[in-house]
Design a protein around this ligand. Structure first.
Ligand code: IPM
Ligand code: MN
Length: 353
């Protein structure tokens, strides 16, 4: 297979974890005989510094030409004052919108070996295996914003077709798993959530009668994620609720550094990013956990390139390194010696092919 992949290292620890994902993809190409061509482009704060824009046209053009895009992280204190004129995050939001990747898949799987890395009780989290399907190109992230001296507003808008398509993604995903979809909204307060609930109920009932469905209000969902996380299979929710719930859910898996994501639209071209941010406090120290980035590369192989065997091999290599005791600082417990980003990547890649 021959494929063009755009790499967007971005800010903070973004370049370090992107380097890890890049190494994993290069090794897959070598071992399995594929030709991956890589373009490295600017995004976020790094792009603002260089060009004044968080998503320069040249970056966007390369992403549009690619089979898949990998992004490290964007943002940092340098660009985030309350009065910043242009923000790194804007580049990421534009990129998601331009690529049309409305479905953000965030799998949360608790590895047995990491049960004790989580601050939560082993008895509650052991065996957790869920996916949050977050709507990514609508809602309050993209509605009209206003601001003057004393008042500000953010508009939240959802269209029926946006809810239908994301619910379908969730239901199809559940069909290959445990056949359960939980839709999360705030229908007791928000009009967009009432539309969401009507459309989700109807779509699931008519098109996916075999799927077991559940509906939760987002505040209750935040609680149930901690009290009975094993019950969830696929959770589908709107943009901002998905953002918040997945940071919460990452603690089930032990660390944000473990959670990958895939953002997909109607074509196979996808955007792949670890869910963790740019972590400016540890940037450049070679201590960030590369697992989320490497697992995102595995999702890229699986969803955009249909290289299922290769994707499984990368996931297995991550699991093997963890099982053999390799731990970056975020998942090391007392008495375990943490290793660097580079060493963790070495340990994972040693088990690949
Ligand atoms: C995420 C991030 C982004 C989001 C930020 C960086 C804009 O938190 O991918 O979860 O809110 O979507
Ligand atoms: Mn987030």
């Amino acid at each position: 297979m021959d494929a063009l992949i755009t790499l967007l290292p971005g800010d903070g620890i973004g370049p370090e974890v992107t380097a890890a994902a890049h190494r994993a993809l290069k090794q897959v190409a070598e071992v399995y005989g594929h030709t991956f061509r890589f373009e490295v482009k600017l995004v976020g704060g790094a792009a603002i510094d260089e060009t004044g824009s968080p998503l320069p046209p040249d970056t966007m053009a390369s992403c549009m030409d690619s089979a898949a895009v990998f992004l490290g992280a964007v943002g940092g204190p340098k660009w985030s004052g309350p009065h910043a004129m242009v923000r790194p995050e804007k580049g990421l939001l534009e990129l998601r919108a331009e690529l049309g990747v409305y479905a953000n898949l965030r799998p949360v799987k608790v590895m047995d070996e990491l049960v004790d890395a989580s601050p939560l009780k082993a008895g509650i989290i052991r065996g957790v295996d869920l996916v949050v399907v977050r709507e990514l190109t609508g809602g309050i992230y993209f509605g009209k914003k206003t601001r003057d001296e004393t008042v500000a507003s953010d508009l939240c808008v959802y269209h029926t077709h946006e809810v239908e398509r994301i619910v379908r993604v969730a239901a199809r995903l559940a069909s290959g798993r445990r056949n359960k979809v939980c839709s999360v909204d705030k229908a007791n307060v928000l009009e967009t959530s009432r539309l969401w609930r009507d459309v989700a109920d109807r779509t699931l009932e008519r098109e996916f009668p075999e799927i077991e469905t559940e509906t939760l209000l987002v505040d209750a969902a935040a609680m149930h994620l901690l009290s009975r996380p094993r019950d969830f299979d696929v959770i589908v929710t709107e943009n901002m609720f998905g953002d918040i719930l997945t940071d919460e859910a990452s603690m089930l898996a032990g660390s944000m550094g473990m959670l990958p994501s895939a953002s997909l639209g109607d074509s196979t071209r996808g955007l792949y990013e670890p869910i963790h941010g740019s972590a400016p406090d540890i940037a450049g120290l070679d201590v960030a956990n590369p697992c989320a980035a490497i697992a995102s590369a595995a999702m890229l192989l699986r969803h955009s390139l249909s290289l299922v065997e290769e994707a499984d091999a990368v996931d297995a290599a991550i699991a093997a390194a963890i099982a053999a005791g390799a731990r970056t600082a975020d998942i090391a417990r007392d008495g375990e010696t943490p290793i660097s980003t580079t060493e963790m990547t070495d340990r994972i890649l040693a088990g690949l092919g």
